[in-house]
Write a protein that binds this ligand. Sequence first.
Ligand SMILES: C[S@@+](CC[C@H](N)C(=O)[O-])C[C@H]1O[C@@H](n2cnc3c(N)ncnc32)[C@H](O)[C@@H]1O
Length: 325
Amino acid sequence: MGELVYHIPAMLTPTIEGLRIHPDGVYVDVTLGGGGHSKAIYSHLSSNGRLFSFDQDWDAYANQLAIAADGNSLSLANQGNWQFVHGNFRHLKNFLRYYKVDGIDGLLADLGVSFHHFDEAERGFSFRYSSPLDMRMNQRGGKTAADIVNNYSEEELARVLYLYGELKNSRRIAHNIVHTRSTYPLTRTEDLVAIMTGQRPSKPLLEGDEIVVDSRIKKDLARMFQALRIEVNDEMGALETMLNAALQMLKPQGRIVILTYHSLEDRIVKNFLRSGNCEGKIEKDFYGNILTPFRVIEKGRIADEEEVAVNPRARSAKLRVAERI
Ligand SMILES: C[S@@+](CC[C@H](N)C(=O)[O-])C[C@H]1O[C@@H](n2cnc3c(N)ncnc32)[C@H](O)[C@@H]1O
């Protein structure tokens, strides 16, 4: 795991500013990943402060352990007031209750997957390498991308591809998937690439082999893989549940900071921070005053060009910040 960069945190400075960290406070980073954001949060805490970092992927914790084993005393794994939580952030409230935390001063969610997921060929997140169609962030269970492409109806597949991948030709792709799987099961990343190109590799690929893809279809392939990944991990369902839990756990003046990477998740977060519900239904009191649990601080800030030049993933990031009233 050591040599590759696990992840480069997006919009680090505005994220930390958005949290407005109190050194003695209790903070939650629900998406540890490579730990860049968690480390920065931790560096603002006193020995009385606490940081809980969630990740449903054990690799994120293993990475911190590896950094500590390399003799780096600054690894989060060496810090007494840091707690890793191996679980889905949809269970935020239960986990915090388990740790006897009844209120938090700030929460960060940097949504989606990390570079690590794309770099680890065998996880199946990338169309660049031959691998089984997995795409689960939590490898302990749940359905895989292969389960979805082989079992969903054509209608369901079209919905997933359209909603989560914003693919305009989602119906045609869904039709191709259903047609192809009647001949052979779709089990590998190259099978999905073949759906988009209409061509199978000239010879069987070995695990981790590079898949040669015409640059003109890379964008659509990226959208297809993104759509399946979101469905595999029920990313929208987890986000909605976590936001509702965060609302209940945040103390007055506590900050919530969310980094989103595509329009659907961004709409959910935008609605939630504006209204306190994912649908964005604005409630008013008897006098017509808007009732909202948050004061919005940052309304979808984007990364500057300098950052995008070194970290292209930051191009699609949107930062939203709100304060619990
Ligand atoms: C974009 S990365 C976070 C990167 C991190 N901010 C950093 O500085 O390196 C998102 C991480 O959140 C994890 N993740 C995504 N959805 C999750 C969920 N529902 N519950 C727990 N972890 C989740 C992924 O496994 C991944 O490691």
